[in-house]
Design a protein around this ligand. Sequence first.
Ligand SMILES: [Zn+2]
Length: 111
Amino acid sequence: MGAYYDEIEIEDMAWDEEKRVYHYPCPCGDRFEISRRQLANYEDIATCPSCSLIIRVVYDPLDFEDEPPDDDGDESEESEEESGSEEESFEDALENLHISEPQPRQVASTV
Ligand SMILES: [Zn+2]
């Protein structure tokens, strides 16, 4: 139909490491999304899950041709990365708690 909301170059879209999709902000407040697998399949329409708008993604299919099309490999890779990064951010949060918690009390008692 050719009724795209916009045409966006792949370079202008952001990569979501967790969901493994390229995304771009939608005027409705949500975002357009398209996966690497869709790009590898020569699909160039990114959709917004919250409204009916679509955008055309301008990209070179040759850049995505080598992407493995099988679902299994993708899933196992995803879960491994998820558990790893979760642990890391949890430790970071603990460290931040230790550092920041006693400080306000010290300041309060000296003043
Ligand atoms: Zn939208």
